[in-house]
Design a protein around this ligand. Sequence first.
Ligand code: ATP
Ligand code: MG
Length: 275
Amino acid sequence: MATLAGSPNARKTSKVIVLGNEKGGTGKTTLAIHLLLGLQSKGVRVGAIDLDGRGAGFTKFLENRQNWAKNSKQNIYTPPFFTIVPSYNSTPAQREQDDFESFAHAVEKLEHVSDYLILDLPSGDAYLSRLAHSMADILITPLNDGFLDVSILGNVDADDSDTLNINPYGKYVLECLTRRKNLDGKGFDWLIVKNRVSSLGAKHKLKVDVVLKNIADHLGADITSNIGDRVIFKELFEMGLSVFDVLDKQTGVKATASHNEAKREIVELIKYIQK
Ligand SMILES: Nc1ncnc2c1ncn2[C@@H]1O[C@H](COP(=O)(O)OP(=O)(O)OP(=O)(O)O)[C@@H](O)[C@H]1O
Ligand SMILES: [Mg+2]
C-alpha cells in the first residue's frame, strides 16, 4: 500500500516491504539489499528507499552498484532509489513536515514503476520509522540469534517462565498494526527473521527458539526460515553485488557452496513474502 498514512481509499500500487527493528545492527540493511536483488531476479520491479539517510548503508550499496555497472560495462540491474536525509530544520514540527515531504516525494516517484518498494529503516524510534511502519504491507524484523536481540520484542519473566513481558518495540508494532486494521481492515504481515545464525551453540539456540516462538505467537508474527552468517554478503558490498548476480562471469569470484546456500536462504525468505 504505497499511499501515505494508510488511506483506506488507496490505489493498490506497490507492495511495501519495511525492514524495521529499533535495535541497531541486526541486518536490516543487509536483508534489504539481498531481498531487493532476489526479488528483481524473479522479474519483478523493485524500488528502494533508504530512510536511514545518516547511516545510508543501503544508499552506499546502491551507489557502489551503479559505479560497478559503469566501470565494468556489465549490464547489471541498477534499481531506482531515493535516500531520505532527515531534516535539520529548527523545530520538531518543521522537521517532521520536511521528512514527510521527502518521503512522500520518493514514494510518489517509485510507486508506479515498482511492484515492490523496499524501505530500509534506521534503528531507534524516529518520525520516519513510525511513518514507514504505518504503511507496511510486510514488516520484516531481523534479529540476531540470542536473548539480547529477542528481548527487543519481549522476554520471559525471570521468576516465572510462564509470564511473558512484551517490550516497547513489540508493543509499538502491535499499536501500528491495530491502527492499520482500523484504517484498511487488513493490517500487515509481520515476519521475524533470525539472521547471522551459526551452527554453534545448539543447546542455547533451542532455548532462544522456545522463547522467540512464544513471543511471536503472542504478537501474531511469523518466524521465517533463517539466514546464516555469510561472509559473502560483506565481500560483495563494495562492488554493490549480491549472490543473485552471476558471480564468476562478472567478478571473478567463484560461487561456492556457501554462496549458493546464502542465495537459497534469501529465496526461501522471498517465498514467505510472496505467500
Ligand atoms: N547474514 C549475515 N552474515 C554476515 N554478516 C552479516 C549478516 N547480516 C548482517 N551482517 C553484518 O552485520 C553488520 C550489521 O548489519 P546491517 O548493517 O545490515 O544491520 P542494520 O540492522 O541495518 O544496522 P543499523 O541499525 O545500524 O542500520 C554489518 O557489518 C553486516 O555486514
Ligand atoms: Mg541499516
